[in-house]
Design a protein. Structure first.
Length: 151
């Protein structure tokens, strides 16, 4: 069995949080499930809301938190994260909230405690710009959207 690297992340439970902290549901899961830490929410078609998770985190410098919907939840409800994936920066200390939008044709209810999203802790590199007069060539070149799908 191959071990994965780990990073320690400080977490603060808020008064409205659920009993359990975010957790990996299987040994090889990439993300920890996030649950709704509020009363049930009913989203009208086309509406957006920031769903509270009941905790704050201190992600170490050099990492970010990435927020995605759980795939089964997204398929079942038609909800989307408009800025997917959502990003939690290393210097953010407020409550982790997940922005969702109802792209379905009907109202969607999310129940308190429902596992609806995932948090992935991922490394981040900061770029250092190196301005040049021209870029080196590549096979793709300046081909835009969909350009690699055509022969």
């Amino acid at each position: 069995m191959t071990s994965r690297p780990s990073v320690t992340v400080d977490i603060q439970r808020l008064p409205h949080a659920l009993a359990d902290l975010p957790a990996y549901q299987t040994a090889n899961a990439a993300g920890m499930d996030l649950c709704l830490a509020a009363d049930d929410v009913l989203l009208e078609c086309g509406s957006r809301v920031a769903l509270p998770t009941g905790f704050c985190v201190a992600i170490p410098v050099g990492y970010e938190g990435q927020i995605r919907l759980r795939s089964g939840f997204a398929l079942r409800t038609g909800l989307v994260i408009p800025n997917a994936p959502g990003t939690i920066d290393a210097d953010y200390r407020g409550e982790v909230k997940v922005i969702v939008m109802n792209a379905a044709r009907e109202k969607v209810r999310i129940a308190r405690g429902e596992r609806f999203a995932q948090l992935i802790i991922a490394p981040v590199a900061h770029a250092v710009w190196n301005e040049v007069p021209t870029l080196n060539s590549s096979d793709r070149g300046a081909g835009g959207f969909g350009s690699t799908g055509h022969e």
